[in-house]
Ligand binder design. Structure first.
Ligand SMILES: Nc1ncnc2c1ncn2[C@@H]1O[C@H](COP(=O)(O)OP(=O)(O)OP(=O)(O)O)[C@@H](O)[C@H]1O
Length: 253
């Protein structure tokens, strides 16, 4: 379980552009469930994931993952427990390295290793199995540089890499937003399969209300650093969410 306790975060403190993103914000994310975070542009969704992942420090508050305070851990230390897939298909991968090199790096996350020892023959079969599950033919392209893959193929690879060490927490930051609708559907289905297979506690940011409802267990809507709606996804309709967006949400963009 992830607990966010009394989180406060401002940007551009003591300037004309000071923004108060969170003030004493609290949220609990249940274990082995997928929680969708939705809300207007600029309401703080990515900032929340950045604070959890450690790329941005909170001004105040605690981040407790499975009973351990992680707010003092550096981003790379947190990465041993937290997998992340970004909106930009190039961010979770190293484009100039091959699929095999990328997967080997992901597999070594949190360990000390030399380049010579990076690729171990006995891991290759496992990588091939993981790629076969994606059903995109990537298992036949192990030695292809990732920069030659399509956005959808890169996101699929990022997803597998983020999940392959079975992290305590998986953060998905609009990970299908840059993909066409068909590819986005395929990635969402693969996402669901991986979450289920490895029982991963997941936070997924999405602007796609239909996907948020269909692929999550719980919907949390943020507005002005507060929770405006928090319901099991099964009890939420797309219309209800769109109506709230139209009538109640502030736009910060
Ligand atoms: N590192 C930063 N420095 C200064 N301001 C920032 C920083 N990161 C985010 N912000 C600001 O904080 C606000 C929240 O940004 P954030 O990216 O968290 O919103 P979001 O809800 O994820 O938006 P979107 O849906 O558009 O991705 C925005 O006004 C943004 O400009």
């Amino acid at each position: 379980m992830l607990k966010i306790i009394n989180l406060s975060k401002k940007f551009n403190i003591n300037t004309d552009n000071e923004i108060n993103i969170f003030q004493n914000f609290n949220l609990e994310i249940e274990e082995n469930k997928c929680t969708a975070i939705i809300g207007s542009n600029g309401c703080g969704k990515s900032t929340l994931l950045n604070i959890i992942g450690g790329s941005i420090l909170a001004d105040k508050g605690q981040i407790v993952l499975n009973g351990h305070n992680i707010e003092n851990l550096r981003e790379e230390q947190r990465a041993n427990h937290i997998g992340r897939v970004y909106q930009n298909p190039s961010m979770g991968v190293s484009p100039s390295l091959t699929i095999l090199e990328n997967m080997s790096l992901a597999n070594k996350k949190g360990e000390k290793f030399t380049l010579r020892k990076l690729i171990r023959k006995n891991n290759i079969d496992r990588y091939i199995e993981l790629l076969k599950d994606l059903d995109l033919g990537l298992e036949n392209k192990l030695n292809t540089k990732v920069k030659f893959l399509s956005g959808g193929q890169r996101q699929s690879l990022s997803l597998v890499m983020a999940a392959m060490k079975h992290p305590d927490l998986l953060l998905l930051d609009e990970h299908t937003a840059a993909l066409d609708p068909k590819t986005s559907n395929v990635i969402m289905q693969r996402t669901r399969e991986l979450i289920k297979k490895y029982s991963m506690t997941t936070i997924m940011i999405s602007h796609n209300m239909k996907d948020a409802i269909e692929y999550s267990d719980r919907i949390v809507m943020l507005d002005k650093g507060e929770i405006l709606l928090d319901k099991p996804s099964i009890n939420v309709t797309e219309k209800e969410l769109i109506d709230i967006y139209r009538e109640k949400l502030h736009n910060f963009a």
